[in-house]
Design a protein around this ligand. Structure first.
Ligand code: GLU
Length: 388
């Protein structure tokens, strides 16, 4: 299965995750030359039309190196303080390095709820996609200054995978000091084999990464395989590669050793499957024939085509869309809270601002958030309609 290996420039949207050890040296602090070289790669990818997002670790490590006083295992409040000092320096380094390549950086700090709760998820996603639209590179990290054990990702591998799925990226690159997946820890087992491609993350593959509690796997391969499950399950390919070289993305493109994980579905399918299947609709919209035709043609649902609203839902909740035959034909994520939706039913998009007092979204359900779940009419119904 070498067909998933293709030039990075062929991907549409790429999330690159950088491990702390690549960016920060315990003694010397930030590895500026390495960062500059990486930014050359990122700028090249962007110039070729690939959208780039970065998940950068290193806040805590850099904060420790700046503060110089924190030794040994850190207490929670110490790592939060280290992150506060380190993140500001990290963001500045990214911003300066990217701007020397003519690229504008934007900082996004996420906490667990920002990807797990739908409303906040939609909000974070909207900000990130706006940044991309403006041509800038989002530099993302966990907001370690407020994250506590119960409410944190804990590792940036899984955070990067969540970012990849949230943004519909088609490739996630995990750069660290490990060059890929082996059948066993290579420093312990001379027979360990390197895996260049992984078609599916089976229990055998998971076993190669070691159990979660194993000393060797902590923050290492285990979280990378977890990230792989999240990303590939949502249709995003993943690469584990060494970042210990200068220009690591260029190196991958030139065939450097790395493990490639094949995606298991397309991003659109994965997202739409999530909307269609996993959530109980919180409300229901009945729509008219014109809106039904628009939905069939892949368009968004506008307030003008909605006849009635039932249920109590908030923006971002899944709602059921019912066609003229009285059956659900689609599901989607509400663009408005139920109360607001009731006020704008049947109204033109241009009237929304005057009714609600603010400029809302044009769509009641945007087509990106909408999936067809049933045929509007059965064949018999079509026939009856023609015969009548
Ligand atoms: N968010 C942490 C930091 O920036 C890193 C977490 C990780 O290395 O996975 O320091």
């Amino acid at each position: 299965m070498t067909k998933i290996r293709k030039p990075l420039a062929k991907y549409r949207r790429v999330v690159v995750k950088i491990g702390s050890a690549l960016l920060v040296d315990r003694m010397d602090g930030l590895k500026t030359a390495w960062l500059d070289a990486l930014c050359t790669d990122l700028a090249m990818l962007r110039a070729g039309g690939t959208e780039v997002l970065v998940v950068s670790s290193g806040a805590i490590a850099l904060g420790r190196s700046v503060l110089k006083v924190l030794a040994g295992t850190l207490k929670l409040e110490e790592s939060q303080a280290a992150a506060a000092v380190g993140q500001i320096a990290l963001a500045r380094a990214w911003s300066e390095s990217l701007s020397s390549h003519g690229v504008v950086a934007g900082q996004i700090l996420l906490t667990l709820g920002d990807t797990e709760e739908r409303r906040r998820y939609l909000n974070a996603r909207a900000t990130i996609s706006q940044l991309l639209k403006l041509g800038s590179v989002p530099i993302i990290n966990e907001n370690d200054t407020v994250a506590t054990t119960e409410i944190r990702y804990g590792d940036n591998d899984r955070l990067a995978a969540r970012v990849a799925t949230m943004t519909g990226a088609d490739l996630l690159v995990l750069l660290s000091d490990i060059d890929g997946l082996y059948t066993a820890p290579p420093h312990l087992d001379p027979d360990a084999r390197f895996l260049e491609t992984v078609d599916a993350i089976t229990p055998e593959i998971e076993a190669m990464a070691g159990g979660a509690a194993s000393e060797l796997s902590r923050g290492g391969m285990r979280t990378k395989i977890d990230a792989g499950k999240i990303a590939t399950g949502a249709g995003c390919a993943m690469i584990i590669a060494s970042g210990k070289v200068e220009r690591p993305l260029l190196a991958i493109g030139q065939g450097a050793r790395s493990s490639w994980f094949a995606p298991s579905g397309s991003p659109v399918t994965a997202r739409k499957t999530w909307i269609a299947g996993k959530l109980q609709p919180a409300g229901r919209l009945e729509i008219d024939a014109g809106a039904e035709r628009a939905l069939m043609a892949g368009k968004s649902l506008l307030p003008a085509g909605v006849r009635s609203v039932s249920g109590f839902f908030s923006r971002g909740d899944t709602i059921s869309i019912v066609g003229v035959a009285g059956r659900e034909i689609a599901r989607g994520l509400a663009g408005y809270d139920a109360d607001e939706a009731r006020l704008i039913v049947g109204r033109k998009s241009a009237e929304i601002a005057a009714i609600l007092g603010y400029v809302g979204r044009a769509a009641m359900v945007h087509r990106d958030d909408l999936v067809m779940t049933g045929a509007p009419k059965t064949r018999d119904e079509e026939k009856d309609a023609v015969d009548a």
